[in-house]
Design a protein around this ligand. Sequence first.
Ligand SMILES: Cc1ncc(COP(=O)(O)O)c(C=O)c1O
Length: 451
Amino acid sequence: MKALSKLAQSVRASTTIEIDTKYKRMKADGIDVIGFGMGEPDFNTPENVKQAGIRAIENNLTRYTPAAGTMDVRNAVSYRLKEDWGLEYATDEIVVTGGAKHMVYVVLKALVNPGDEVILPAPYWVTYYEAIKMVGGVPVILETTAETGLKITPELLKEAICLETKAIILNNPSNPSGIMYTKEELEALAQVCVEGDTYIIADEIYDKLVFDGQAFTPIATLGEEVKERTILINGVSKTYAMTGWRIGYACGRKDIMKVISNYLSHCMSGTASMAQAAAVEALTGPQDSVEAMRQEFQTRRDYMYARIENIPGVSAIKSPATFYMFMNLDGYIGKKLYGVPVRDADDFANLLLEKGLVAVVPGTGFGAPNYVRWSFAVSMENIEKGMDRLEAFLDGAQAEEIAHFNFDLDAAQSEMAALEAFIEANRAAYEAELAAEQAAKEAEAKGDLLS
Ligand SMILES: Cc1ncc(COP(=O)(O)O)c(C=O)c1O
């Protein structure tokens, strides 16, 4: 039989799901393991929102909706953005689909030609990297350092922008690191994007989970020039504990939203009608449940951070937002724990799962091999247990230096080079295919003229 699509086969499974699967298997086997892997609130969808979904079914709102979403849900998005940030989007500047994740893919599909570069600051949500590849784009990773607080700088961005650059994906606040850019930092980055004629895909899905009274700035509020090149992505999953309802949206220029809506009309036909009705209630109804969840997340973050900071060899970023804590492993990378070499976060996470019975997500898939991500969308009781287990796991480990550590680093680098060569080869194949298509069209047109 003929081979499957090379491009599709180059897409890796989400690492966040992989670790969760392993953890679930252990749990199913009766092992007392605690999971800090998945990225969804552990709260229930607020009652008023659930009731709105039930009412929609009872009232027979069970048919296809417009591809871009119902007028009601687009009005609700428009209302919330105006209410929260003073942002003005008309209903034809808004498209709703089955989750922000799907929207990331569709937005990339609307913007990117095969071979176009998309800038991705590291650490990045693993889906972005794969989604860029899925549309035939080339991910250009911008490495960051602890010194810049895992943030990119305008200088770094300027250097990365070239003729092939189509867009940057700016996820603020960030999954996995929990960091958040200030208004001033965003202004400087936005200026570089305007000068470099680069679209800004702004995934702001954690905009409401911000701690310590800090101000969040949606990048589209930074003036018309910035707004018109920004595609704002958001959804109800994280803010309203609605991950299973599958509602995400994008806002931006009417012409871009039209392309997205046309595309969706062939691959979606509108997301679930009752979920759209529930989202209307979430976005326009009482918002007190959002604040209650935010406060609980902040309490858990404070506890987790204080515990990690007291454990030798690891440290954490005190997440200003999201429900993730990024833990640095520099003190253990390149050592043996329990006789097992810890070359990167994958090794550490596997060992912690096996010996410590705690599941965290290795940063390797996020472009941050010296970090693991803890989710604090987990009960306080389990966070306390998890921190006890981390402490015991590291206390019990005799950390020994690894000899010949560089050998493994070399292997990882050559693996990376092979992957880059593969992407490059794909790009060439795409370009050749496009050229052939174009030539065929021209030949056909010529034929038409002659006949
Ligand atoms: C940064 C980011 N964007 C989007 C999503 C997906 O959201 P949705 O449930 O709306 O697809 C996630 C979920 O983990 C996320 O972390």
